[in-house]
Design a protein around this ligand. Structure first.
Ligand code: ATP
Ligand code: MG
Length: 568
C-alpha cells in the first residue's frame, strides 16, 4: 500500500478526551475515530489489526472444535423476557421498538439466542456436545464509557456457548475453551493472568477471567507469589485471623460523639484506630433491608453479600431508609437494638469491646460485644481482601494489582436451557436440559490492551502477529530519484513475495515520515535515503533503537526472515 493513496490520518496533538496511552495512540495513529461517547469507527490500519486479532481467536476456537455462526445484533425481546434478563439488564440494554410496536434490543450478550438456536436444531444426545461461537458486535449502554474501546458502548466480542449432556461433558468443554484462550492470548502477545472469578448467585459452578495486568484496569486482582493463587477481589477468600488474646468484656457505654459520622471523624474524636470500630452499613437487596458489619478499616464486598443473599445485585440503602430503620442520621447505624437482620463479617465476630453506632444521631456505643449486646443473623466472609492479608491457600501475604478483563470463561449450568425450555432426548428417550458454559473475549478491548502494553513515548510497537503491516519502506526524499527508484524496486519485491508492506511515498519531510513510522508502529522500517545510489538502505526494528546499514539486495530476505521468526 502506498501511503500517498492511503487513509492514515495521524495526529500530532494528544486528543484531550483520551486519558490513557492506548486511547491516545489509537486516535493519534489513525486507527479509529470517535463518533459518539463509547462509539468508534475503525480506519484502515485499525481494521487490519482488529481482523488479525479476530483471526487468531477464530483459529484457536476452531482448533478446539467450536463451530462459528453469526447471530443478529437486533434481537426480539421475548427470549430475554423468558430468561428474566429483559429486566436485569436495566439501563445498560439498548432498547427499541419496531413499526408494529414490538420490543427489540441490541444484543448485549447472546446466551438466550444461542439457547434458542440449539433448542431449534438439536434433538438428540448424539448431537452433543456442541460449542457454537460468533465474533460479533455487542451493545451495552455503559454508565461510564471510557478509555476508548476498553469500555465502549458498541464493541466486538467473541462469544461462545457450550452445550453438554452432563457435568463431566461441561468440564471437558470448559477445559477446551481454557486451552483455546491460553493459546489465543499467547499469540496475541498479551501478558495475562488467569484469575478465579465470581460465578454469581445463580449457581454457576466455576468461572475464570483472563486479565491483563495494568494500572488502568478496573478490576482488582488478589495474587500470591508464593503459591500462584490468583482471584478477582470480588471472589478472593478472606481467612479470619485466629483470635489469640481474649479481652475481658467491659461495660457497654453510650458516648456522645457530636457530628462524628465517618470513621475518620470518629478515630480523631475517640483518639483510637479504625480497627477498633465495626461499621454497620444498611444495604438494600431487592426490597429487603439488611445490615452488614465489617471492621472500621475494611470494605464490604458487595458480590459476596449478593451471593449470600441470593440476589444479582445489592446497593447501599438510600438515606431515607437508613434513617427509618436506625432512627438516626446516616453515620450512626449500629447493631444494638436494630430490628433488621445483621450480617457480620468473620473479623468482626472475633472482636471484643469495640465501637459501633448507637442508632441515635451523634451517639456511639463503646465496649460492644457480640452475643451479649446483639446477635448476628449470620457470620461469614463479607469483606474485600487487602494487601498483606493471608493467602487463603498457603497463608503467605497477598498482593493486589489492577487488571483489564479481556476474557471470561464460565460454567453456566442450566439457567438458560431451563428458562427457555431447551431439551434433548437422552439415551433412554427422556427429555433432558443441556448443561451450558459461556465464554467471552472482548476482541476490540484486546486491541486496546495490546496497544496499552506494547508502546513507548513515540507510539505503538505492534507485535508481529497483529501489526497492520509488517514492513514500512520510508523514502526519505521523494525528490531524490535514486531513492525513489530503489524504494519502488524494494516495494515491488516485497509485494511479489506476498509481504504485507506499506511504502511511505508521501511528499513529506523525512522527519515527518519517521515520526509517523514510530507512531503507527510497523515492526520493520526500511529507510531509503542518501546512500540509495550505492545500494545501501537502513534497517530498523520498531522494538529496538539500533539502525543498521544493509545492502538493498539483502534487505528483503532479512525482513522476511524476521517476519517468519516472529509470526506464530
Ligand atoms: P466488565 O466487567 O468489564 O463490564 P463483563 O464481565 O460485563 O465486563 P462479559 O459479559 O463477561 O463482560 O463479556 C465478555 C468480554 O467482553 C469481557 O471479558 C470483556 O473483555 C468484553 N467487554 C465487556 N464489556 C465491554 C465493553 N463495554 N467494552 C469493550 N469490551 C467489553
Ligand atoms: Mg465478565
Amino acid at each position: 500500500m502506498r501511503l500517498s493513496k492511503y487513509l492514515m490520518p495521524t495526529l500530532r496533538e494528544v486528543p484531550a478526551e483520551a486519558e490513557i496511552v492506548s486511547h491516545q495512540l489509537m486516535l493519534r495513529a489513525g486507527i479509529m475515530r470517535k463518533l459518539a461517547s463509547g462509539v468508534y469507527s475503525y480506519l484502515p490500519m485499525g481494521l487490519r489489526s482488529l481482523k488479525k486479532v479476530e483471526n487468531i481467536i477464530r483459529e484457536e476456537m476452531d482448533k478446539q472444535d467450536a463451530i462459528e455462526v453469526l447471530m443478529s445484533a437486533l434481537l426480539p425481546a421475548e427470549s430475554y423476557q423468558a430468561s428474566g434478563r429483559w429486566d436485569v439488564f436495566g439501563q445498560s440494554m439498548f432498547r427499541l421498538k419496531d413499526r408494529s410496536n414490538r420490543d427489540f434490543c441490541l444484543g448485549p450478550t447472546h446466551e438466550e439466542i444461542f439457547t434458542e438456536t440449539v433448542k431449534a436444531t438439536i434433538k438428540s444426545y448424539k448431537q452433543l456436545p456442541v460449542t457454537l461461537y460468533q465474533i460479533q458486535t455487542k451493545y451495552r449502554d455503559e454508565a461510564r464509557p471510557r478509555f476508548g474501546v476498553i469500555r465502549s458502548r458498541e464493541f466486538i466480542m467473541k462469544d461462545a456457548y457450550s452445550f453438554d449432556k452432563d457435568e463431566k461433558g461441561l468440564d471437558e468443554s470448559y477445559q477446551k475453551m481454557y486451552k483455546a484462550y491460553r493459546s489465543a492470548f499467547d499469540r496475541l502477545d498479551m501478558d495475562y493472568m488467569i484469575v478465579d472469578a465470581d460465578s454469581g448467585a445463580m449457581g454457576g459452578s466455576g468461572s475464570q477471567e483472563f486479565m491483563v495486568k495494568s494500572e488502568i484496569g478496573e478490576d482488582s486482582i488478589a495474587f500470591c507469589d508464593a503459591c500462584n493463587y490468583c482471584a478477582n477481589i470480588e471472589k478472593a477468600v478472606c481467612v479470619p485471623e485466629e483470635n489469640l488474646s481474649k479481652e475481658e468484656m467491659k461495660e457497654l457505654t453510650k458516648v456522645h460523639t457530636p457530628n462524628a459520622g465517618t470513621i475518620e471523624e470518629l478515630v480523631a474524636f475517640l483518639n483510637t484506630t479504625a480497627d477498633k470500630f465495626a461499621k454497620t452499613l444498611i444495604y438494600k437487596a431487592e426490597d429487603k433491608l439488611v445490615a452488614v458489619m465489617v471492621r472500621g478499616d475494611r470494605e464490604v464486598n458487595e458480590v459476596k453479600l449478593a451471593n449470600y443473599l441470593g440476589v444479582t445485585e445489592v446497593e447501599l440503602a438510600p438515606a431515607s431508609d437508613v434513617c427509618e430503620v436506625t432512627n438516626a442520621r446516616v453515620g450512626f447505624a449500629g447493631p444494638v437494638g436494630l430490628k433488621i437482620d445483621v450480617i457480620c463479617d468473620n473479623e468482626v465476630a472475633n472482636m471484643q469491646n469495640f465501637v459501633v453506632g448507637a442508632n441515635e444521631s451523634d451517639y456511639h456505643y463503646t465496649n460492644v460485644n457480640i452475643e451479649r449486646d446483639f446477635t448476628p443473623s449470620h457470620i461469614g466472609d463479607f469483606r474485600n481482601i487487602e494487601k498483606g492479608d493471608k493467602c487463603p491457600v498457603c497463608g503467605k501475604p497477598i498482593d493486589i494489582c489492577k487488571g483489564i478483563e479481556v476474557g471470561h470463561i464460565f460454567k453456566l449450568g442450566t439457567k438458560y436451557s431451563k428458562a427457555l425450555d431447551c431439551t434433548f432426548l437422552d439415551e433412554n428417550g427422556k427429555a433432558q436440559v443441556p448443561i451450558m458454559g459461556c465464554y467471552g473475549i472482548g476482541v476490540s478491548r484486546c486491541v486496546a490492551a495490546i496497544v496499552e502494553e506494547h508502546s513507548d513515548e513515540k507510539g505503538i510497537i505492534w507485535p508481529m502477529n497483529v501489526a497492520p503491516y509488517h514492513v514500512n519502506i520510508v523514502c526519505a526524499n521523494m525528490k531524490d530519484e535514486d531513492a525513489v527508484k530503489l524504494s519502488e524496486e524494494l516495494y515491488n519485491k516485497f509485494l511479489e513475495n506476498g509481504v504485507e508492506v506499506i511504502y511511505d511515498d508521501r511528499n513529506e519531510r523525512a522527519g515527518v515520515k519517521f515520526n509517523d513510522a514510530d507512531l503507527i508502529g510497523i515492526p520493520i522500517r526500511i529507510t531509503v535515503g542518501k546512500k540509495a545510489k550505492e545500494g545501501i538502505v537502513e534497517y530498523k526494528l520498531r522494538c529496538s533503537d539500533e539502525i543498521t546499514e544493509v545492502n538493498a539486495d539483502d534487505v528483503v530476505k532479512m525482513a522476511m526472515d524476521e517476519i517468519k521468526d516472529k509470526l506464530n
